[in-house]
Design a protein around this ligand. Structure first.
Ligand SMILES: Cc1ncc(C[n+]2csc(CCOP(=O)(O)OP(=O)(O)O)c2C)c(N)n1
Length: 515
């Protein structure tokens, strides 16, 4: 057995079943090993940002890592932006980067680069493999280091001779470190804060607190104490909809977030860090906690937040069967112009039960979250790290993880252009993804930010740098060329008709909305 086969068998033994790959010459032994060993699904992405974004979407839904396979420094570098998003989502991922043969590194051949310096900022764990005989053990360590949820990005840099040389064989999985529990003292202190503060308290949810059991326990706490439930502006994954407690999002702009939180005397952090503004603006603070508002940490993201929330709900005496769920309440099918309100209402009116919505719809997406609070139960994923180009890959990976669930990729046009190759992967793999493109032909958020910066009459260059109108991008033509059937709509009625059709079919399809 060679090192590559040992790597694949070790990964399979640890439950890792999917490899999102864009290989090159240095990874050929690994490509061959994927055939030699049964069981690892190999998914080709035509740009490395598709592979890493798909691994993020997969991890968020499967709660375990996939492998990414990329080619030396330049290939890996193409995937870094979505690894940044994955790091912010706390997704477990194991990157395998092929490198030059150990003895060829010194020759400084054209593709040779300082891979470890590229890997470090997006990886919690990095190792340069030294020998074929250590590769299986290194792989097991990388998987264990990534493995617990919320998870981490691990990166293995593997010289090609370590892949092709003879090795002893696979290694058994290593134990994944358990979450540390929140102490009884902290539970009691938080209970006192909530009981005293009541409706003057916000519980701010992140990470595991947004999973089914987390939101259920948060709902019990809110129904007993009257506290308001608010989640991070860009949740990695939240379970929501009818039957689940209503959780609002913290607004994006700092003025609005500060205004929302200014009504409260205490903020309890459950799986979330204290909120900060996305950017620094003149005369606005970094922290979104208003002055005089107390912060209390129930659990940081890496703690066992679900157990802490359940213990807290018991501590305050909220019955386990407390009915804190939202009622089924969809907006009516909208009509008229396509704008953010009608688009949000149309998706909320039509989305099927148990679907997964990946929201990278940027400014067009804003009303959707509130509009869908009473839609049938669903999973919502957001762009966690602000590096745009994550939506289409992440939806692709979510569909690989959950083949029985409909995935909706609600996607802004400018952001979508970064990683549109994901559509080809969806077509090739037959993934059940309906992509809804918001073609507003501009970087609208940047136009908003220009106005916020006081530029009331943007000049030619500022207009040009924020416009996608010349030439106009035809998403339906691009999608068809990548193997995804597509239609164009210009009214809310047509959107509803096409959504009904698209969501009723299986396999990838795309609706381009001219907004
Ligand atoms: C990787 C990366 N590059 C650039 C940016 C800066 N940026 C933020 S939003 C944006 C444009 C968003 O436009 P679009 O996706 O069309 O959404 P809209 O604002 O029109 O709703 C850009 C370029 C970024 N956040 N991430």
């Amino acid at each position: 057995m060679n090192g590559a086969e040992g790597l694949v068998r070790t990964a399979l033994a640890a439950g890792v079943e999917v490899c999102f790959a864009n290989p090159g010459t240095t990874e050929m032994a690994l490509v061959a090993a994927l055939d030699a060993v049964e069981g690892m699904r190999a998914v080709l992405g035509l740009f490395e940002g598709v592979c890493t974004g798909a691994a993020d979407g997969y991890a968020r839904m499967a709660d375990k890592p996939a492998l990414t396979l990329t080619h030396l420094g330049p290939g890996f570098a193409n995937g870094i932006a979505n690894l940044h998003n994955a790091r912010r989502a706390r997704s477990p991922i194991v990157n395998v980067i092929g490198d030059q043969a150990t003895w060829h590194l010194a020759a400084d051949a054209p593709l040779t680069s300082d891979i470890i310096s590229l890997a470090r900022p997006v990886s919690a764990w990095v190792r340069e493999v030294k020998t074929a005989s250590s590769l299986a053990a290194d792989t097991a360590e990388a998987i264990a280091a990534s493995g617990h949820t919320p998870g981490h990005v691990s990166t293995l840099i593997v010289p090609s001779d370590c892949l092709w040389s003879t090795a002893s064989g696979p290694t058994n999985p290593l134990p994944v470190r358990a979450h540390s529990r929140v102490t009884d003292d902290v539970i009691r202190r938080t209970a006192a804060t909530l009981q005293k503060g009541g409706a003057k308290t916000v519980m701010f949810l992140g990470a595991q607190a947004m999973r089914s059991r987390g939101v259920a326990a948060a709902g019990r706490i809110a129904s007993k104490t009257g506290c308001r439930l608010v989640c991070e502006t860009f949740p990695s994954r939240i379970e929501r909809g009818a039957g689940r407690p209503a959780v609002e999002k913290l607004p994006y702009f700092p003025e609005q977030a500060l205004e929302m939180l200014s009504k409260y005397e205490a903020i309890v952090l459950a799986g979330a860090l204290a909120p900060v503004a996305f950017f620094g603006y003149p005369n606005l603070p970094s922290s979104l906690i208003p002055e005089g508002c107390r912060t209390e940490t129930l659990a940081t993201p890496e703690r066992d937040t679900i157990a802490a929330l359940e213990a807290l709900a018991d501590e305050i005496g909220s019955p386990a069967e407390a009915d804190s769920g939202s009622k089924l309440n969809r907006p009516p099918r909208p009509s008229g112009r396509l704008d953010s309100a009608t688009v949000g209402a149309a998706i909320a009116a039509m989305m099927p039960e148990n679907c997964i919505v990946m929201d990278e719809a940027a400014t067009t997406g804003l009303p959707f979250f509130a509009a869908s609070a009473g839609a049938p139960p669903h999973t919502y994923l957001a762009l966690t790290g602000g590096a745009i180009g994550q939506g289409l890959p992440c939806a692709t990976g979510a569909a690989v993880a959950c083949p029985d669930r409909k995935v909706i990729a609600f996607q802004a046009d400018g952001s979508g252009m970064y990683t549109l190759q994901a559509l080809w992967t969806q077509a090739r793999e037959g993934l059940d993804v309906t992509t809804i493109i918001c073609n507003n032909r501009r970087y609208r958020i940047l136009q908003v930010e220009l106005a916020r910066a006081g530029v009331t009459e943007p000049g030619h260059k500022a207009r040009s740098l924020t416009s996608l109108a010349n030439p106009e991008i035809e998403w339906s033509t691009i999608a068809a060329g990548l193997g995804v059937p597509a239609v164009r709509v210009e009214t809310a009625e047509a959107l509803c008709t096409q959504l009904e059709r698209a969501l009723g079919e299986r396999g990838p399809n795309l609706i381009e909305m001219l907004i």
